[in-house]
Design a protein. Sequence first.
Length: 235
Amino acid sequence: MCGYRTIKYTLFVFCYAFWVVSAVFIAVGIYAKIAKEKDVVDTLTVDPALLLIVLGSVMFLITFLGCFGALRNATCLLKTFLGILVAILLLQIAAGVVGYLFTDMVMERTEMLMMKAILRYREDQDLENAIDFIQKKFQCCGVESYKDWVHNVYFKCLPSNPSLEACGVPFSCCVHLQNQTVLNTMCGYGKQQLEKRSASKDIFTIGCLEMIVWWAKNNLLLVAGLTAGLLLLEV
């Protein structure tokens, strides 16, 4: 009896914790969505606010089943909760296997999505912040190289482009020195016109896709540990 109660309330505490987290996700996503001046991102894959709302809603529903089922000893809800977790676990394993077997296809799809994000830079504040964070974090610029920014309308390198940032790259591509006290926010201006060796003095020239793959390979144990931890939580 004591063991049953321990399992029951442990399940309840874990579900309740994730239930609260899911509610926070929904609140943050709704706030971000409302705070936007203009919603120009129309696809789920590139709208962080919409992703938070959808992820939070799914988590909210699943954890509610587990939380209420454990508290009320509702066998039907607990079976539904278990079934959903098993389905999610199988989908994650299947996604990992597919990703391993079709690495080239996954890389191609990822590159396409990242390039689409670059095209919409400056049009969506959430997307812009996400790209800037990635470029600063991984010390990279563009998808394959810094010259990918030529595809963005604001950075397109054409004589007819009236933008002040024409032929340039975002400020998040700039190399910041440790002893630098004054930041030059225009350090990326005109850098597309330079060769890689010359441009590398002021900006990161390696693409973010390559840097993210390199980071994943060098932190394989960390990635595997986080994945295993997530699977254990679901089990």
